[in-house]
Design a protein around this ligand. Structure first.
Ligand code: BDP
Length: 770
């Protein structure tokens, strides 16, 4: 088995008693009027791949029906028939799916007021007894809600939960749950992934616009099975939109040929409730590929009719082909991308211009805040807030505050630097109260081990979402709801429109994500985007059961490996708050001694190693990034004695002899962390080996091979880093006689329980050193 079903693996339930119960409780599938409401299809015939085993569906309820037939058929090890309710008799054990509109039966069994509470995308799953029959009803207010409920129901069976007394009510906390698929950049999931840091480019991309099938005179992308597997998998999580191209956008995605292809893709994804978006380049109107409709530089004035008219026309053209197109994502004045500042305007002017052009079409603009113009401040981490904060604060002619338009989302990475394995939260969370803000998280493991390292990021997302911003109101009073999750879901500052974005890891690898365990990060992101209050440990358990096995020993073992894996990565890569120690460009290997041609890309700028200590002083004695946070965090982070140790070097230049909570010196603790991180990987490798009898051969071997590389590369991080720091500290490597701690604490809970027998650690002297 190659992993290509992701977590939608419907293997027979191996517990005999449970299987009997399930077979009794799920005997038939009833989806009334499943084919009635066809979703809009722009293209008349989509070009399916010739050897396709997936099937295109035309309705959302049809997708629900097919999923139940497939899922129950697999899980129960017997075909589950599709039944009708002619004459009103519901078969005993029926699984009924629909909305009060699509299904009279749902209308009769579910009270409207109960359903009203779950909103547009929510669902109810209920066990019902009526007229001598017991059956299950999966109900939504919309077809999509009913589809989401269907996947939730199947998840119960996949994770071997009881299904006979169900009373589930669910609705998403965040409205737009999106992926950005950078597609060709930072993609570690291509079939041709050869070496470390494999940036697969076009050949690894999941959406292959080069593979076209001629149909009705148009070039359509061949709809490949993996698009539909992806669509089902995303719908199973409730992800409702995907921006398909890289933020360093290629204008090709806006050309007529490509729009026709995108429309075909949108058609295939639409039944699953997945809408399409595009990343664009601010200066696209000047691209000669749009001739004769091109502008000159002087027509790019964001307040001028030319610029707005161009974007309006382009958006109209897209909408004609993709009626539910979401909108545009913009990376402007960032890492060489053009933007309004090149023409004398600011981010507010630029964002609002495009927003105004697309607003009449009901589209949004996601304007990214990943900017770090060196002229703004010496500390890269302070720059974004310095640029965006004043625009959010600006008093408008009507007396209101904030200049960004209502259909603009400022899309902000979780931390102020760039997707490092652990960062403090971005100071903008809570500070942009007059603007819609979207949280951007990275799923693709650019800085977290790419497709070589096993790192489960659920705990990282959880740590971010549950961090207290200590945000206050205008009078300085602490808000009641003020975790990052509350800011993002709009409850903290009463934002009705809300969004979360995951930079995705989908490529054309057989398992779609490169590393089998990278699938877990997409799964966790999706579950947390739906409900950010979920526990990442529970999510890991569900994923393990759905993806690998329900065998208790396998579940416990894989779960333990996953739960400590992120903290271990932080420990051997960037412990105690040191950031960005990567070799230039590739972002996989360490190179702490590097100056990468400009300060804010350089390990030495971030580590500030010297004979006194290590770390970047961002306290009041340094750059004072701390002051960008709300007062409580400002005090906590600004003081070396109160900053959480895992963020220490983000805010302080820490003296080598500084006393840590463990009573070790900072130097000893630092070395200890590197070593602990590596030893955890050793433990994972050994532990995985013991699972060989319980795991299918191909996946077992692939993970095993990756863990061997992982272990060697983790050791390289430790040795390269400690060796280099030693030149500055002048201290010896501590040899600790006591066994290293066997426990890793994740979000306040203890995980791991691995035995570290070998506590000695000798740093190899690098080749060529005297
Ligand atoms: C950095 C990536 C780069 C992206 C950039 C971004 O290295 O490939 O283009 O983020 O978010 O992490 O714009």
């Amino acid at each position: 088995y190659n992993g290509s079903d992701l977590w939608l693996r419907y293997v027979p339930v191996d517990d005999a008693k449970l299987l009997r119960d399930y077979r009794r409780a799920a005997t038939a599938v009833v989806v009334e009027n499943a084919d009635a409401t066809k979703v809009h299809r722009h293209t008349t015939d989509l070009a399916m791949a010739p050897d396709s085993s997936e099937k295109l569906v035309e309705t959302t309820l049809g997708a629900a029906r097919d999923e139940l037939v497939r899922g129950l058929g697999g899980l129960l090890g017997q075909p589950t028939p599709v039944a009708t309710v002619d004459g009103g008799t519901v078969p005993d054990g029926a699984v009924v799916v629909g909305t009060p509109t699509s299904s009279p039966l749902v209308g009769r069994t579910i009270a409207t007021r109960d359903l009203a509470k779950v909103g547009d995308e929510g669902y109810l799953v209920r066990s019902v007894s009526k007229g001598g029959a017991r059956f299950t009803v999966i109900a939504g207010n919309t077809d999509l809600g009913a589809l989401y409920g269907t996947f939730a129901f199947l998840r119960l069976l996949q994770t071997q939960k009881p299904i006979d007394h169900l009373r589930v009510a669910e609705s998403p906390k965040i409205k737009h749950r999106l992926l950005n698929n950078w597609e060709t950049e930072r993609l570690y999931a291509g079939n041709n992934a050869s070496g470390i840091g494999g940036l697969n480019g076009e050949s690894g991309a999941i959406f292959n616009f080069a593979a076209t099938g001629a149909s009705a005179g148009r070039n359509l992308p061949v709809i490949l099975d993996r698009y539909l597997v992806m669509a089902r998998a995303l719908a199973s999580l409730g992800i409702n939109g995907i921006t398909i191209n890289n933020v360093n956008a290629d204008n090709a995605y806006l050309t007529s040929t490509r729009i026709a292809q995108e429309a075909a893709l949108a058609d295939a994804l639409r039944p699953y409730g997945i809408r399409l978006g595009l990343s664009i380049r601010y200066t696209a109107p000047t691209d000669s590929r749009f001739a004769p409709d091109t502008l000159t530089n002087s027509q790019l004035d964001p307040y001028g009719a030319d610029f707005r008219g161009w974007w309006h026309r382009r958006a109209q053209q897209i909408q004609a082909a993709i009626p539910d197109f979401m909108g545009l994502t913009v990376k402007a004045n960032s890492e060489g991308q053009p933007g309004p500042q090149d023409f004398g305007y600011d981010h507010g002017d630029g964002a609002n211009a495009i927003a105004a052009a697309v607003a009449p079409l009901g589209m949004t603009v996601h304007w990214r805040t990943f900017v770090y113009n060196a002229e703004v401040d010496n500390d890269r981490l302070k720059r974004a807030y310095l640029e965006f904060g004043p625009i959010d604060d600006e008093v408008q002619p009507d007396g209101s505050r904030g200049r960004f338009a209502d259909n603009v989302f400022l899309q902000t990475k979780n931390g102020p630097l760039d997707f490092q394995a652990r960062e403090p939260i971005h100071p903008m969370f809570g500070r942009m109260e007059n603007t819609n803000q979207a949280l951007e998280l990275q799923i693709t493991q650019e800085y977290t081990g790419q497709n070589w390292m096993l790192a489960y990021l659920g705990p990282m997302y959880e740590e971010i979402l549950k961090t207290d911003t200590y945000a206050t109101d205008a009078n300085g009073k602490l808000l009641k709801k003020r975790l990052v999750g509350n800011i993002v879901d709009g409850t903290a500052q009463h934002h009705p429109d809300t969004a979360i974005v995951g930079v995705a890891n989908l490529g054309n690898a057989d398992n779609l994500t490169g590393h089998h365990f990278a699938q877990a990060n997409l799964f966790a992101f999706g579950r947390q985007a739906w409900d950010w209050t979920l526990d990442s440990a529970d999510i890991a358990a569900d994923w393990t059961r759905m993806t690998w096995s329900n065998d208790r020993r396998v579940v416990d073992t894989i779960h333990a490996m996953m739960m400590g894996s992120w903290e271990s990565l932080v420990s051997y890569q960037t412990p105690l708050g040191i950031g960005h120690q990567f070799a230039e460009g590739v972002h996989y290997r360490p190179d702490p001694a590097d100056w990468a041609g400009r300060d804010d890309w350089s390990p030495i700028y971030y580590n500030k190693a010297d004979s006194v200590g290590l770390g970047f002083d961002r306290s009041p004695t340094g750059s004072n990034l701390a002051a960008q946070y709300f007062p409580r965090l400002q005090q906590r982070y600004g003081n070396i004695n109160s900053v959480p140790e895992n963020l220490l070097m983000w805010f302080h230049h820490v003296p080598w002899g500084h006393r840590m909570d463990s009573d070790r010196t900072f130097w000893d603790e630092l070395v200890y962390r590197y070593q602990m991180g590596v030893q955890y990987v050793t433990w994972m490798r050994e532990t995985w080996d013991r699972l060989e009898p319980d795991i299918d051969a191909r996946r077992f071997a692939e993970v095993r091979a990756k863990l061997a590389v992982h272990e060697a590369d983790a050791a390289d991080w430790r040795d390269t880093s400690v060796n280099y720091w030693k030149e500055f500290s002048g201290r010896d490597i501590p040899v600790d006689d006591a066994p290293l701690s066997a426990t890793i604490v994740v979000n306040g809970k203890r995980f791991g329980g691995f035995n570290l027998s070998d506590t000695s650690y000798t740093i190899p002297v690098p080749a060529g050193a005297s």
